[in-house]
Design a protein. Structure first.
Length: 134
């Protein structure tokens, strides 16, 4: 919730940092309930369409296709070449729905229940972690 975020801001990493890291290093792994899922950089950009001006997720709020496309056209988090592409939005939304980051309801697209509980996780191949620390 926003009040908790403001009170304990030092405990959180801003979504901007994740987005920059995903552009530089690739996607992110997140823990969704008890399943670890991978978010590609373009999926992270489309998830921003579900956030308000303060970059807080608009949980429980349905978004129509038209509203998401209008937001995509003006989003700084989506590659300029893809901003006017409905095909891009369709492909990424299909993946987000399939991977249960977004739910399709009668009213429109909604961030999945429990979205605020996602946790970032990191994987290293066996033997790689020590190499990174040296």
């Amino acid at each position: 919730p926003p009040p908790d975020f403001q009170a304990q801001r030092s405990h959180y990493v801003e979504l901007n940092d994740y987005e920059r890291a995903s552009r530089r290093f690739g996607g992110l792994w997140v823990l969704l309930r008890d399943i670890v899922r991978y978010l590609q950089p373009q999926q992270i950009g489309v998830l921003y369409l579900f956030f308000d001006q303060q970059l807080q997720p608009e949980l429980g709020r349905p978004f129509s296709w038209e509203e998401l496309f209008a937001r995509q056209r003006n989003s700084p988090y989506i590659n300029r070449a893809s901003r006017n592409s409905q095909t891009f939005l369709e492909i990424v939304m299909e993946t987000l729905v399939r991977n249960r980051f977004v739910t399709l309801t009668v009213e429109g697209f909604v961030l999945t229940e429990g979205f605020e509980d996602f946790k970032h996780v990191t994987f290293y191949q066996l033997g790689e972690y020590r190499k990174r620390l040296q």
